[in-house]
Design a protein around this ligand. Structure first.
Ligand SMILES: Cc1ncc(COP(=O)(O)O)c(C=O)c1O
Length: 313
């Protein structure tokens, strides 16, 4: 099966979506009757699945007037969503302000700044909650100056996956039996699973969450001990599969060595879950087809590199 992407585009916005599906041959070779596929969301221009949600939140807000050229898009993320806001802000000529604790890595600050994003620092002792509170305070002080997308409660987040990711997977894999995605804001799972259910096809939707409250699977939430995102409906996934940090990291390492796929740890956890699901299907007999979301690339988690304007050869 081949997935074709447009080769010539007019805007970086047109590079979002239609990501490739990669058949995992090696890590799933012990389950020969079940197909395992990875949806490569790092192929989006900002390098992660969050491009889809960020772009949709911006587009919907521009369409209904919540965002205008005079306003500043503000949010409290230093991760993949921050990269996506910064990238689309630059491409669309919109001002972006990110609130982050002053101790986030220099690389994270540099990426945002390179797109022209303005950074406000919050108290490092208060962590990401401190950044959220400061962003809310800034908005409360001057509500007309800002557009605050709030990805945790913004329906445009999951709609991006309903109209994009979920639709693409259904079109590209008519034989699909199992869908696997992690829970962060839950936009990916809510949108894809709703699209899959609305299609009427019999596909089990499996949500991945960290097995431990204190975990190292960046981007994923341990729901029982976290603030539950308002867009999350626990009835949407058919099953929750807890994955240990260690297994997520080990699977990310295996994917690099065995498939040539260098991915982040939430993606390692998603593929680990997909392999477990494929093993169950293999034991039951009758075959199957599992797809899991690969959220971003592993190099996003490397120790920061210094961005040098002049190279010395
Ligand atoms: C690396 C990574 N993995 C997984 C997720 C989870 O995706 P979602 O927010 O759609 O649940 C995110 C986003 O928050 C992420 O940045």
């Amino acid at each position: 099966m081949s997935v074709s992407r447009a080769r010539r585009i007019e805007s970086v916005l047109d590079a979002v979506g239609d990501t490739p599906l990669l058949r995992l041959h090696r890590v799933a070779r012990h389950v020969p009757d079940v197909e395992a596929w990875a949806k490569l969301e790092f192929a989006n221009p900002g390098g992660s699945v969050k491009d889809r949600a960020a772009l949709r939140m911006i587009r919907d807000a521009l369409a209904d007037g919540r965002m205008t050229k005079d306003k500043i898009l503000i949010d409290s993320t230093s991760g993949n969503t921050g990269v996506a806001y910064s990238l689309f802000g630059a491409a669309l000529g919109l001002r972006v302000r990110l609130v982050m604790p002053s101790n986030v890595s220099k690389a994270r600050k540099d990426i945002a700044r390179n797109f022209g994003t303005d950074i406000v620092y919050s108290d490092p002792m208060e962590g990401s909650d401190g950044a959220i509170l400061l962003a809310r305070q800034l908005v409360a002080k001057d509500p007309d100056a800002y557009f605050y997308p709030d990805q945790y409660s913004n329906p445009s987040n999951w709609r991006a996956h309903y109209d994009g990711t979920g639709r693409e997977i259904l079109e590209d894999l008519p034989q699909l039996t199992h869908f696997v995605a992690g829970l962060g804001t839950t936009g990916t799972m809510m949108g894809c699973a709703r699209r899959i259910k609305d299609s009427g096809r019999r596909v089990e939707c499996i949500a991945v969450e960290p097995a431990e409250a204190l975990h190292g699977l960046e981007g994923l939430k341990h729901m029982a001990t976290s603030l539950v995102p308002p867009i999350y409906d626990p009835k949407v996934p058919d099953r929750i599969l807890p994955i240990a940090t260690e297994l997520g990291w080990d699977t990310a390492d295996r994917l690099a060595r065995e498939e040539g796929l260098h991915v982040g740890h939430s993606s390692g956890a998603n593929i680990a879950a997909a392999i477990l699901v494929a093993e169950e299907a293999q034991r039951r007999g009758g075959g199957g087809c599992v797809v899991a979301i690969v959220c971003d690339r592993g190099d996003r988690y490397f120790a920061p590199m210094k961005w040098e304007r002049r190279y010395v050869w």
